[in-house]
Design a protein around this ligand. Structure first.
Ligand code: IMP
Ligand code: MG
Length: 178
């Protein structure tokens, strides 16, 4: 489908399934090469990264663990306001090579928080594998080791990404038109 409606907005096809899958195979083969013998643990950030993680991991052929985490924020009792934490991480990542799997890095603020929270758990290394990256929106200094696709600004849905909770369940990626 070329145009889809998600709630009150229209989105046009932006990255077709075949292109997504080709970029995923490229990134997976880089990971297979770089992490040979390192038995990494993939930490997929829910909800948005679930589809990307699924297709990425089908192309990862080295021994690895796969786990799913979520960022939660709540109002803290001190003056700093919102407190963020990683939830759902049941296994230890101490001395492990961690690969964070994310759907999109926009301002980079979320990824910066995730990296800083995971760093406290003493992993051997942390790297980021993001499906999409909007370089023009980046506000913080973070190293994105694996990027499947760089994209210009503009709101995206599909293939795991949502608009107000809807639109995650498509094979292609769409961009807002109105
Ligand atoms: P950041 O902290 O600005 O890098 O982005 C944080 C989160 O916002 C991402 O993990 C996504 O869940 C969401 N997000 C950013 N851009 C988009 C978009 O274009 N479509 C859907 N969700 C987005
Ligand atoms: Mg996300």
């Amino acid at each position: 489908m070329e145009i889809i409606k998600v709630k009150d907005r229209s989105f046009g096809i932006f990255i077709p399934e075949n292109d997504i899958q080709a970029e995923i195979r490229r990134v997976a083969s880089d990971i297979n090469r770089d992490y040979e013998g390192k038995d990494p643990i993939f930490l997929c950030i829910l909800n948005g990264a679930f589809m990307f993680a699924s297709d990425l991991l089908k192309n990862v052929t080295i021994p690895c663990n796969v786990s799913f985490i979520k960022m939660a924020s709540y109002q803290g009792t001190d003056t700093t306001g919102t407190v963020k934490e990683v939830i759902g991480l049941n296994e230890t990542i101490e001395d492990r090579h961690v690969i964070i799997v994310e759907d999109i890095v926009d301002t980079g603020l979320t990824m910066r928080d995730i990296i800083s929270l995971l760093s406290k758990k003493n992993p051997a290394s942390i790297s980021v594998c993001t499906m999409l990256f909007k370089p023009d929106k980046l506000e913080v200094d973070i190293n994105l080791k694996y990027v499947a696709m760089n994209i210009p600004n503009g709101f995206i849905v599909g293939y795991g990404l949502d608009y107000d909770g809807f639109g995650r369940n498509t094979r292609d990626i769409y961009r807002i038109i109105k």
